[in-house]
Design a protein around this ligand. Structure first.
Ligand code: TNX
Length: 496
């Protein structure tokens, strides 16, 4: 990361233009930048292609400045990637001087990050204030993410989150330069994705939720809507079907998954660990093949999350047999398997992703899996579980791993969590379980501002991180959440 001041400044105003190469992957980036600049500056900002636009070359100095997007395959910011092989080059630069603003990156994702940084400079002072021209001071910024995987998990199973809510969360994520949306689509209390291979999953278990609250589910079209919106924002969708535990919604819909053949009762409480598949039942492997095959076929992203957590009612041997079936199904669907840390007990294909969450257990096992070739995503509960209470008085949230005040979500160092081989650490993911989340307001109250803390841990190297700077940046950043109608929490540790 590099930051220098340059002489002069660029005046962005109505009539400024976004000049962008005519490429399908850049089009949504340019369009969204133009829309948001137009809103902030108080007048139309158009998108122009460099070739049919002579304005960039022969600009008259009195016109408002333009913003040029440049896809430059030679581009490479200073920092060595933690993960050179699989990693998309998300580095970017931003140059601003009296001639205008140039955003440059090797990938559309990098360009999008550059636009996000520019928007933070332009939108910052107002948030909700009146649109006006902005003089962006001369500067050069070069930046790149520390980690390739910067995620958020939403549990849409305990309480359902409808498509518009998920799309709003995606916008928040994009502004924080997050790039993975992990949807926890099934659990004991509900099944949230309609599948043609097993229609009863949503016919029977789509309507249930924690506490008897309303359920809901996504159709394949809904999932495509979410994935397409995510892709426009540079975010990859990671769907999760949780097995072999956390399956009561499935065993409630299909008695063939239960010894004796009678479906289990619906479950609307918040205990964990009691439900399970059975390795010896003939219906089990076809169920996993069909469900994981169908879900894998619905998404473009390379990953399929198999869950694997808290199957407390079976022995290790049966657990590993069942996880092996799920791994096989994911691989057959052409997907890279992801699982909660417990899957480290099974034999994993190279490149499988293990998600660490429970700091009471599992560190050894995850490290061993990493030495054998697995990659690791960190979601240590005491830092990244955004469903935990901020403090004892907070009305929402759980507290099984303690409280997570904003500062606790921020002040931790990923490389110190586990003892991993170099390059095994893929990234960081915040998790929002929804046992206590009954509305959009509840969601925003738990997620924000803590998601920003985890996002910065995932993006920035320790040398540029620090609580005081973060708190100041956050206070300037948060008004945009208010403007988006999100009821975020004014935590006591920041001068909002
Ligand atoms: C543990 S984390 C769970 C979830 C709960 C969460 C509540 C994990 C893989 N399993 O089933 O919702 O705690 O914080």
């Amino acid at each position: 990361r590099f930051h220098a001041e340059l002489p002069g400044s660029a005046r962005l105003a109505a009539g400024s233009a976004v000049v962008a190469p005519d490429l399908p992957a850049v089009e949504p980036v340019a369009r969204r930048l133009a829309e948001r600049l137009g809103r902030a500056l108080g007048g139309p900002v158009g998108v122009h292609r460099p070739r049919d636009d002579s304005r960039w070359a022969g600009r008259r100095p009195q016109r408002p400045a333009d913003i040029q997007l440049v896809l430059d395959s030679g581009h490479r910011a200073a920092q060595a990637p933690s993960d050179a092989t699989q990693r998309l080059d998300e580095s970017f630069s931003l140059t601003c001087d009296e001639r205008g603003v140039v955003l440059s990156a090797a990938s559309p994702a990098g360009l999008r990050h550059a636009t996000t940084t520019l928007l933070a400079l332009v939108e910052r002072p107002g948030g909700r204030g009146r649109p006006r021209p902005v003089d962006v001071p001369g500067m050069r910024i070069e930046d790149a993410p520390r980690f390739a995987w910067r995620g958020l998990m939403l549990d849409v199973a305990r309480h359902f989150l409808d498509v518009p809510t998920v799309l709003d969360v995606l916008e928040v994520m994009a502004d924080l330069k997050l790039n993975r949306l992990h949807l926890h689509l099934s659990d004991d209390q509900g099944w949230r994705l309609r599948l043609t291979s097993r229609p009863r999953l949503t016919e029977v278990s789509g309507a249930t939720a924690v506490g008897g609250d309303p359920g809901g589910f996504y159709t394949a079209d809904d999932l495509h809507t979410i994935e397409a919106a995510a892709a426009d924002l540079g975010i990859v969708l990671v769907p999760e079907i949780d097995t072999p535990g956390h399956v009561n919604a499935a065993t409630h819909a299909y008695g063939e998954l239960v010894p004796g053949g009678s479906p289990t009762e619906e479950y609307t409480g918040i205990d964990v660990g009691f439900s399970r598949l059975h390795a010896d039942l003939p219906a089990t492997a076809p169920f996993l093949d069909d469900v994981l095959g169908e879900v894998g076929g619905l998404v473009d992203g390379p990953w399929l999350h198999l869950g694997g957590d808290e199957a407390l009612e079976m022995d290790r041997a049966e657990y590993t047999r069942l996880v092996a079936l799920a791994l096989r199904a994911a691989t057959a669907a052409g997907k890279v398997p992801v699982g909660w840390q417990e899957i480290a007990h099974a034999e994993l294909p190279p490149g499988a992703v293990v998600q660490y969450w429970d700091e009471r257990t599992g560190a050894q096992q995850v490290a061993a899996a990493a030495r054998a070739g697995a990659r690791v995503v960190l979601s240590p509960a005491s830092r990244t579980y955004l469903d935990l209470k901020y403090d004892a008085d907070f009305p929402l949230g759980l507290d099984w791993a303690g409280h997570v005040p904003l500062r606790r979500a921020y002040e931790w160092e990923p490389s110190e969590v586990l003892d991993l081989p170099a390059d095994a650490l893929l990234g960081v993911e915040a998790c929002l379980w929804t046992e206590t989340v009954r509305s959009r307001e509840d969601l925003a109250a738990l997620l924000l501002p803590r998601l920003a803390a985890v996002a910065e841990v995932a993006w920035s190297v320790p040398a540029v991180r620090g609580w005081d700077g973060f708190a100041a940046r956050l206070a300037a950043f948060a008004p945009r959440w208010t403007a988006a109608g999100l009821a975020w929490t004014r935590t006591p540790d920041v001068a909002w």
